[in-house]
Design a protein around this ligand. Structure first.
Ligand SMILES: NC(=O)c1ccc[n+]([C@@H]2O[C@H](COP(=O)([O-])OP(=O)(O)OC[C@H]3O[C@@H](n4cnc5c(N)ncnc54)[C@H](OP(=O)(O)O)[C@@H]3O)[C@@H](O)[C@H]2O)c1
Length: 156
């Protein structure tokens, strides 16, 4: 890990998609980025791209112990709550308990174990942002995760 101008950013779900893009942008803005995901190969690829500005961390961000260890290890100035389980898009009556609650188990749990109080100066919460507002009926669990995350307080 190197000292950077801006400090440390912890980005959950950095292996692909929005999280990867945010990790690249924060590294470009002068942060050292600790990128969390479970796909080791994708994290290694990003590490090769960003070099010493990036620390790959293979972990389940929704696991409370792993989340606590991440905060203790990195003490991030910026915390990006981005890791999310894409919902299985189907009507409620075609879900099982497991398929319905998968998004809940990752997205809502993430907002419980990593909170704005864990960020030194800023928090970006993409998970709740994704799920608030009008949506399709088949996105049921996705919308509920938004309801579960919306009350998060602002960082102090
Ligand atoms: N795409 C959109 O249009 C959109 C719009 C608004 C908001 N959002 C929200 O933005 C976030 C990212 O969206 P996306 O489209 O970029 O999703 P994505 O491509 O499916 O990427 C999800 C990321 O989360 C990681 N992840 C999932 N579960 C994890 C866990 N338990 N621990 C650690 N990492 C985990 C995945 O990595 P691994 O599989 O390697 O662990 C992956 O890096 C989601 O929360 C989504 O709800 C998306």
């Amino acid at each position: 890990m190197t000292a950077t101008q801006q400090g440390m950013a912890l980005v959950t779900g950095a292996s692909r998609g929005l999280g990867r893009g945010i990790a690249v942008a924060l590294a470009g803005a002068g942060y050292h980025v600790a990128g969390v995901a479970r796909d080791r190969a994708a994290l290694a690829e990003l590490h090769a791209q960003l070099g010493e500005r990036f620390t790959p961390v293979r972990a389940d961000a929704a696991d409370p112990v792993a989340a606590g260890e991440l905060i203790d290890a990195y003490r991030p100035a910026v915390l990006v709550l981005n890791a999310g389980a894409p919902p299985l898009p189907r009507p409620l009556h075609r879900h099982t308990w497991e398929t319905f609650s998968r998004t809940w188990e990752v997205d809502v749990k993430l907002g419980q174990v990593l909170t704005p109080e864990h960020a030194g100066k800023a928090v970006a919460d993409l998970v709740s942002g994704s799920a608030i507002g009008p949506g399709r009926a088949e996105a049921g669990s996705f919308l509920l995760t938004g309801a579960g995350l919306t009350p998060l307080p602002e960082p102090g």
